[in-house]
Write a protein that binds this ligand. Sequence first.
Ligand code: CAA
Length: 258
Amino acid sequence: PDSYETILVETRGRVGWITLNRPEALNALNTQIMRDVVAAASAFDADESIGAIVLTGSERAFAAGADIKEMESKSGLEMIMGDHFGEWARFAALRTPVIAAVSGYALGGGCELAMMCDIILAADTAKFGQPEINLGVIPGMGGSQRLIRAVGYYKAAELVLTGRMMDAAEAERSGLVSRVVPAADLLSEASKTAETIASKSLPSVYAAKAALDAAMETSLAEGLRFERHAFAALFDTADQKEGMSAFREKRSPDFQNR
Ligand code: CAA
């Protein structure tokens, strides 16, 4: 739809692009931007012609957190009954891989939104942090949980308890980002990565994302069971036959997403 107020949406080939666009607030995540992002991403997810999604912000900020001015006067009851960040769960549950292309600030909810994505590409200008403790609260969109899984307990605990920011190099050393690139190359690198993923067989891409998600959420034994079944199920796709015969015949596969 053209009706989004807070994001820009574009389709380039098989890649769906979502650009956070609240420059006046460094892309702070209010209810409207949550609804817009979830609606646009869900529409891409339901569209078989889309094989990957890129989520990005501005040069200055991916997103500087949840919108503090929107939350400030709320009661605990209102946060719970309004399910304040609830819809983001639908973003985290997309089947299509999402690449976060992060330039500038990814703080609080911005860092948490990046961590709901599957790949995080960071410009060398990126800054990550969970500064909620400076506001008298704690991370509220997954930061206390996903950050530990990304960087381990001690790095996550230091960031969450002190609220300090880390730069792109530290984020890469810590395992929070997939790759750091020069700021000028961020969008072209995101585009290349997304196009590479979108050129694969969609059923196998869905299965790979689901298996990776399982690793974050379940025991090793359960994750291995999930992987074995997902692997086996792909042998009923035409694309598995095509991919393996293309290998044998020394040519590129022609995937039909079937
Ligand atoms: N919410 C609402 N507005 C915000 C915002 C936020 N998270 N972050 C920035 N803005 C607004 C500022 O209020 C300012 O608006 P005005 O011009 O109307 O005053 C505008 O964006 C530009 O910001 P600054 O003037 O502050 O820019 P700066 O370059 O001096 O500083 C910054 C940049 C260090 C990122 C600073 O803006 C900042 O600290 N922002 C808040 C970061 C933060 O605490 N994030 C966590 C939010 S809570 C959360 O996310 C909960 C959760 O877990 C889901």
